[in-house]
Design a protein around this ligand. Structure first.
Ligand SMILES: Nc1ncnc2c1ncn2[C@@H]1O[C@H](COP(=O)(O)OP(=O)(O)OP(=O)(O)O)[C@@H](O)[C@H]1O
Ligand SMILES: [Mg+2]
Length: 368
């Protein structure tokens, strides 16, 4: 199997501390075809807005996930290079590492480290849902870890990066169930100093901030909104938008806010945890989630503040959170848009190929 010259050199130089996966490289199409059994359906992990993702194994035994972009076009070319460029520069323990890419003929492929525990959505609503592997301790670590990864994008990456598609299927889980935020395909590099840019709306139903969905206004606070929805989904196991009867859908914020106002956090907590959780932590995660998912962007906290709040670093700030105007019984302030989300050009979150087709075999990918 072909081996890229840069990696060969890395492996052969004694005393060179840099791990092989720390360096990104260009892959040959042939190498990725071999790794994924020629993009075999059994290797398919799922499909998103840009194409399908396949599990693969390289010549050295390491496992990879290969995103094969579909519908090749000039527009897609731009997205591809953006994702590659952004990921190549950004490194953080809670962000998914890019291993490289392949651009041969019409094929455009992005290679990532394979995350053996898939995504948060796969555990809450997908192929791992029945196993109940997300206990409260793991959920709390995922909440803090994902917040730290996004805070890094917003506050420390140069230039700052707005994710734009934060959701359960883009929070992947490594072998230790540590959160690794993935998919910067929507991200644009934001010049330092700019407060916001207006651009085409992309995102996922239920996670979109109202000002982004309706006005196309992008800023870090859109990510804060989506992260708030993610926190509510993580704590409750509910979907961002649930169908309550054949004609009515309900946003998770509309369900959680009244319960939070009445201090009913045990009711909000995912019943799959069978009562095994710290109520004070569930309360913290839910309150932070609701404060993040406020309709007015200027009232949302920054991701840096979210990290501090989730970690419970300041008693004063936690008290401030509990006494937030949003939770006062007499205030009917909305936390989310009750607009017609269905009319927006957004995709619904899907996690596994099992959700795509009920006839899919569970062999191959799941057996690993
Ligand atoms: N590195 C990886 N390791 C394990 N699973 C992955 C990896 N990358 C993606 N996946 C899974 O593969 C599936 C398809 O991913 P993909 O990013 O294409 O779509 P998505 O996350 O559902 O939507 P979007 O296109 O908006 O990101 C998802 O279930 C995702 O969680
Ligand atoms: Mg994704």
């Amino acid at each position: 199997m072909p081996v890229c010259s840069c990696c060969k050199n890395d492996a052969l130089q004694p005393g060179k501390k840099k791990k092989k996966s720390d360096a990104w490289r260009v892959f040959a199409l042939k190498e990725l075809q071999l790794a994924t059994n020629n993009f075999n359906y059994d290797n398919k992990l799922g499909e998103g807005g840009f194409g399908s993702v396949y599990w693969g194994q390289l010549w050295d035994g390491s496992q990879i996930a290969v995103k094969r972009l579909k519908n090749w076009s000039t527009k897609a070319e731009m997205e591809f290079s953006v994702e590659v460029e952004v990921l190549a520069k950004v490194r953080h323990n809670n962000l998914l590492t890019l291993r490289g890419y392949c651009a041969e003929g019409q094929e455009r492929l992005i290679v990532y480290d394979y995350m053996p525990n898939l995504s948060v959505t796969s555990h809450l609503h997908g192929q791992h849902a029945a196993e109940c592997l997300l206990d409260w301790g793991r959920r709390m670590n995922i909440a803090v870890g994902a917040a730290e990864g996004i805070a890094y994008l917003h506050h420390h990456a140069t230039p700052h990066i707005i994710h734009r598609d934060i959701k359960g299927s883009n929070v992947l889980l490594d072998v230790e169930f540590r959160a690794r935020v993935s998919d910067f395909g929507f991200a644009k590099l934001m010049p330092d100093g700019a407060t916001h840019v207006t651009t085409k709306v992309k995102g996922t139903l239920g996670y979109l901030a109202p000002e982004y969905a309706m006005l196309g206004k992008v800023s870090e606070s859109c990510d804060v909104y989506s992260f708030g929805i993610f926190l509510l989904v993580l704590a409750s196991g509910k979907r961002p938008i649930e169908r309550v009867n054949p004609t009515t859908k309900r946003a998770i914020t509309d369900w959680a806010l009244p319960l939070a106002k009445e201090n009913k956090f045990k009711e909000i907590a995912d019943s799959k945890m069978k009562g095994n959780f710290l109520e004070a932590e569930v309360k913290r995660v839910v309150l932070v989630g609701l404060v993040c998912a406020q309709s007015q962007p200027e009232k949302r906290p920054t991701m840096q503040e979210v990290v501090g709040l989730l970690k419970g670093e300041s008693k004063e700030k936690l008290e401030g959170l509990e006494n937030h105007e949003l939770f006062s019984a007499d205030l009917a302030a909305g936390v989310c848009p009750s607009g017609d989300e269905d009319s927006l050009e957004v995709t619904e979150e899907r996690d596994s190929k099992e959700e795509e087709s009920t006839s899919t075999s569970e062999s191959g990918v799941n057996a690993r």
